[in-house]
Design a binder for this molecule. Structure first.
Ligand SMILES: [Zn+2]
Length: 106
């Protein structure tokens, strides 16, 4: 009676509940009808709880993309040796006439 996904509890609980209700309606209050009416909903609740905790399988996930190549860094340390712009302080190639970041002339 231990279903891993709660289906067994749901089915047995529904059978017990409907059976208990049927027994109650046909034979009146008794041991079987009370047992079914009491344990049927309990099993149904357990089955529902188990069903909710079922892990959701990832489906149709896209394959992981390779990391994009980083653009060349043009910050203050982008060039090993070069000129620092007096206006924006970004580094430029040593033979630069104008700043490649802001266009300020050297
Ligand atoms: Zn600049």
């Amino acid at each position: 009676m231990e279903g891993r996904d709660g289906t067994v509890e749901l089915v047995v609980g529904a059978i017990l509940l409907s059976g208990g209700v049927t027994f109650y309606l046909v034979f009146g209050p008794g041991l079987l009808s009370c047992g079914g009416i009491i344990f049927g909903p309990i099993l149904l609740i357990f089955g529902l709880l188990k069903t909710d905790r079922r892990p959701v399988l990832p489906m149709n996930l896209p394959p992981p993309y390779p990391p994009l190549p980083r653009p060349p860094r043009l910050g203050p340390r982008g060039w090993l040796s070069g000129k620092a712009c007096p206006r924006c302080d970004s580094s430029n190639p040593p033979n630069a006439m104008f700043c490649i970041a802001c266009g300020a002339p050297f």
